[in-house]
Design a protein around this ligand. Structure first.
Ligand SMILES: [Zn+2]
Length: 423
């Protein structure tokens, strides 16, 4: 072997590399398929026009039938594929290019096109490059949230107006399924959805933990929902599972409570109010949630002078205010790509308490139960990036690193920069 080539050999691919490689090929093929589907549509249109047939919708319907038959998929699926192919080739060529280079997955490309298409057409040109950048960097779940937020920030129709319009479409539907089962669909405001899910989960957890209970959490959650909706009361539940109320975390920027309207606030570029697990909510709705008693837990983003940031090694369990702050900062499980709302996560000492880890903002993060187990028993190494405001770096058993950024930054005040702080 030639000594000059030392250090120039490619590393031997491991099992993860082999999966990543074939996933990349699938992205390349997905782009190819979209190209060819659009070429098929174009060809059919040109052919028809040459023969004097000009009924575009009839011809497109024919293309759909042909594609469905050839691929043995439903016409509905074929129609979606054709629409997406036309959109990518004609209007989003840069997205198709990125997919064709395996720099994003087909799922990223689909979400990108669907969401950017919701924005007014004159805004799309400016959105696309930023959206591509996000798609090439983030896992699907975070990408969707970040893109939605980006689009919300540039749209002229305010969130309040869109929410108002969507509210009018609230409805309930039953969809029959196999084996005498059915799905109950409810289209409702996200805040209430989160509250219903949170309350039934909290009640179900009490029941699942009781002596002799054999049902799963999923099963009990449904049984509780049925008891509440059909019987209207919880008398059939064990005593300690009754009377649990919904708890939803509402975050409102302190300044937003003072400024007059949604429009002014939007124009001033102020961060919207958000509800954990739901995302941005109209300010009027947030004010209403904060004003009532109920189970709404209000967190203002104003740095509270009394906030406990760390109790060092004094306490293993973080005080309630600190636990809330940790969950508020992360907003969801801090494992790569996980979307589990922080309220349903456990608070994890990034550096374990047994290993000298402290109970403080710089060593705590919300992690869901499943990822908690992976962290402790799965051979991963996890650390908080120093001075990053809560970024968590995960190193897999194969040695790959994934950094998860928290949803929010807790303002840190250094004496020199205090004068520049926004509050
Ligand atoms: Zn998780």
């Amino acid at each position: 072997m030639d000594d000059d080539l030392d250090g120039f050999y490619a590393p031997i691919p491991d099992a993860v590399d082999r999966v990543v490689e074939v996933a990349g090929m699938m992205d390349v093929f997905a782009a190819q398929r979209l190209w060819r589907v659009e070429a098929m549509r174009q060809e059919a249109l040109e052919d028809a026009h040459r023969h004097g047939r000009a009924l575009t919708d009839v011809i497109e319907r024919g293309v759909r039938l042909e594609l469905a038959a050839a691929l043995r998929i439903t016409e509905r699926a074929a129609g979606e594929m054709i629409a997406r192919a036309a959109a990518m080739v004609q209007r989003y060529p840069a997205v198709l290019d990125s997919l064709g280079r395996a720099r994003m997955t087909e799922r990223h490309a689909e979400i990108l096109v669907d969401l950017v298409d919701e924005a007014e057409s004159e805004l799309r040109g400016a959105l696309v490059p930023q959206a591509i950048q996000l798609a090439e960097q983030h896992p699907v779940g975070s990408f969707r949230r970040m893109l939605r937020r980006l689009i919300d920030s540039v749209r002229s129709v305010t969130l309040a107006e869109r929410h108002e319009a969507a509210l009018g479409r609230r409805r309930m539907a039953v969809e029959p399924d196999e084996d005498t089962m059915a799905w109950l669909h409810v289209y409702l405001p996200g805040v209430e959805a989160q509250a219903i899910f949170g309350r039934t989960t909290a009640m179900a957890k009490v029941i699942v933990a009781s002596e002799g209970e054999t049902r799963t959490l999923d099963q009990v959650r449904v049984d509780v929902l049925c008891d509440l909706l059909i019987e209207g009361d919880t008398a059939s539940l064990p005593a300690d599972a009754r009377g649990i109320r919904a708890s939803v975390v509402v975050t409102v920027p302190a300044l937003a409570l003072l400024t007059a309207g949604e429009k002014e606030r939007h124009d001033a570029g102020l961060a919207p109010a958000t509800v954990e697990g739901v995302g941005p909510v109209p300010l009027a709705r947030a004010r209403e949630l904060c004003g009532g008693d109920g189970g709404w837990m209000r967190v203002l983003t104003h740095p509270d002078s009394g906030a406990v940031l760390s109790v060092g090694r004094e306490l293993y369990r973080p005080p309630a205010a600190l636990a809330r702050l940790v969950k508020w900062r992360g907003d969801r499980c801090m494992a790569p790509g996980c979307g589990m709302p922080a309220s349903r996560c456990e608070i994890d000492h990034t550096l374990a308490w047994e290993d000298g880890g402290t109970t403080g903002l710089d060593n705590l993060a919300p992690i869901c139960r499943g990822h908690h187990r992976v962290k402790h028993h799965g051979g991963w190494r996890v650390r908080q990036v120093p001075d990053s405001g809560g970024e968590i770096e995960w190193t897999s058993p194969s040695g790959r690193e994934y950094t998860v950024k928290p949803e929010r930054r807790y303002p840190m005040f250094h004496p020199s920069s205090a004068a520049d702080a926004p509050f």
